[in-house]
Design a protein around this ligand. Structure first.
Ligand SMILES: NC(=O)c1ccc[n+]([C@@H]2O[C@H](COP(=O)([O-])OP(=O)(O)OC[C@H]3O[C@@H](n4cnc5c(N)ncnc54)[C@H](OP(=O)(O)O)[C@@H]3O)[C@@H](O)[C@H]2O)c1
Length: 415
């Protein structure tokens, strides 16, 4: 099979490298060589593949020898047009581009079906972690009720460093940028949009239908402070940016937000740039996938495994993905959490209001006071719907005249 790689940056050049490093094994597994014929990029490229460089997509589209196209350019346009044209010519397409899969996935899957070829996108979520195929093949017989993941290595690195060093978010972000773990413009990562796109893809996989990442409540880690982290450490918990999907009968819940998790949660030990994805099925119970969620060779490895699948199934459409039917996502207010509420002053004269508005009748009031702090204390609420919690928080401020400095959602009951 002759292939073209569109976009020879980190991942595209990684794909060429994996094809070279594992050439013998790949040929043995697929029964024929996978041979790189073209590389499309707008930049000059160095190294072995420079003689394969083309600037015009039509050369790839019009070459009947090319049966498989890898899209690793990123962005929606012109990636969409190039992928669509490739599929319409009956060429299989493999992509690592979450923005494209999130925005146009269902459309591209149906175009692939029409032309009896394949559109695979394993690397678009979880980098080297095989989450898409696991959901599609291995859990085909399961009703998936929840998929929750640490899906962004940059934010997980920052939160891990903040915990270990006690440093502020800003200082830790600057250090991460210096070390190359965060982009110069870090917004897509730290404001949660990257996680939100991946969460939308996971919800589409779990539901079998399309959703919009814009409909998923998305909060990044900018407002996580060193004091928040101190409270989490005091309680033996970790703060993680989670992308979460829940399916309850015919209702769909999803959010992206920093959440405090306990040691019982399988995601608790996922530190640094690693990703983890917890999957819950009605018969399966809980499982977790763990590994490198980004990076040149791990992500390229997932692309290459899709390429192998495309060669193995070159004569048949495999419907990995979802339909074009759009689903509604329940509002954030209908998700339930515990909340760590940081309240101005000392706990002395607000115990009744705390009990009344944040705790059940049966739960004792145990204020959390960090060493040496007299200006604030915190309380961990019982499980409440977010809409109720926000109303009660407002009522608390009105009744007591005390400010709530900040709150953090927590999951005390996951294991
Ligand atoms: N990096 C990761 O760890 C990782 C992990 C998982 C998924 N992904 C996804 O994989 C995709 C590629 O990421 P990457 O990190 O490899 O990006 P990258 O290093 O920026 O590589 C993309 C390459 O494609 C070129 N390109 C972009 N648009 C083009 C166009 N219209 N025509 C010709 N060339 C074009 C870029 O040129 P310019 O530099 O001039 O723009 C660049 O050389 C993205 O969708 C990303 O989200 C990346």
């Amino acid at each position: 099979m002759k292939v073209a790689i569109m976009g020879y940056g980190t991942i595209g050049s990684g794909v060429a490298e994996v094809l070279r490093i594992n050439q013998d094994q790949i040929q043995r597994k697929v029964g024929e060589p996978i041979e790189l014929k073209y590389v499309l990029d707008r930049n000059e490229i160095a190294g072995e593949d420079h003689d394969k460089l083309v600037l015009d997509f039509n050369i790839i589209a019009e070459d009947p020898e090319v049966g498989l196209v890898v899209e690793t350019m990123g962005g929606i346009h012109p990636a969409y047009e190039f992928v669509k044209a490739s599929l319409e010519k009956g060429k299989h397409v493999v992509t690592s581009n979450k923005a494209l899969v999130d925005a146009m996935g269902s459309k591209l899957i149906s175009i692939a079906k029409e032309h009896n070829c394949n559109f695979f996108f394993e690397a678009s979520v979880g980098g080297g972690i095989p989450v898409i195929r696991t959901i599609y093949h291995n859990y085909a017989g399961e009703k998936l009720t929840e998929i929750t993941g640490i899906l962004n290595g940059t934010t997980n690195y920052i939160l891990t460093k903040m915990r270990d060093s006690g440093a502020s978010f800003e200082d830790t972000l600057h250090e991460a940028q210096k070390l190359g773990y965060a982009e110069r413009d870090p917004s897509a990562d730290i404001d949660g949009f990257d996680t939100s796109r991946k969460t939308a893809i996971l919800l589409s996989m779990a539901s079998g239908n399309r959703c919009r990442h814009e409909d998923i409540y998305t909060e990044g880690i900018r407002n996580v402070s060193a004091i928040d982290v101190e409270y989490a450490k005091f309680l033996g918990m970790n703060i993680r940016l989670l992308g979460s999907v829940q399916v309850v009968e015919d209702k769909y819940f999803a959010y992206v937000a920093p959440i405090m998790i306990t040691k019982n949660d399988p995601l608790y030990p996922v530190d640094g740039v690693f990703n983890g994805i917890r999957i819950v099925g009605n018969c399966l119970g809980t499982t977790m996938l763990y590994g490198m969620g980004a990076g040149k060779l791990p992500t390229a490895s997932a692309v290459v495994s899709d390429m192998i699948a495309a060669v193995r199934h070159q004569h048949e459409f495999q419907g990995i993905g979802w339909s074009e039917k759009m689903i509604d996502i329940e509002p954030m207010g209908s998700n339930a959490f515990n909340y760590l509420v940081r309240i101005e002053g000392t706990p002395d004269d607000v115990a009744n209001e705390v009990k009344d508005l944040f705790l059940n009748d049966t739960t004792a009031f145990h204020p959390i006071v960090l060493d040496g702090r007299t200006d604030e204390f915190a309380v961990m609420t019982d499980v409440m719907f977010e809409s109720d919690f926000k109303e009660n928080m407002k009522e608390f401020e009105e009744k007591t005249g005390r400010r709530v400095f900040h709150f953090l959602r927590a999951e005390l009951g996951k294991d």
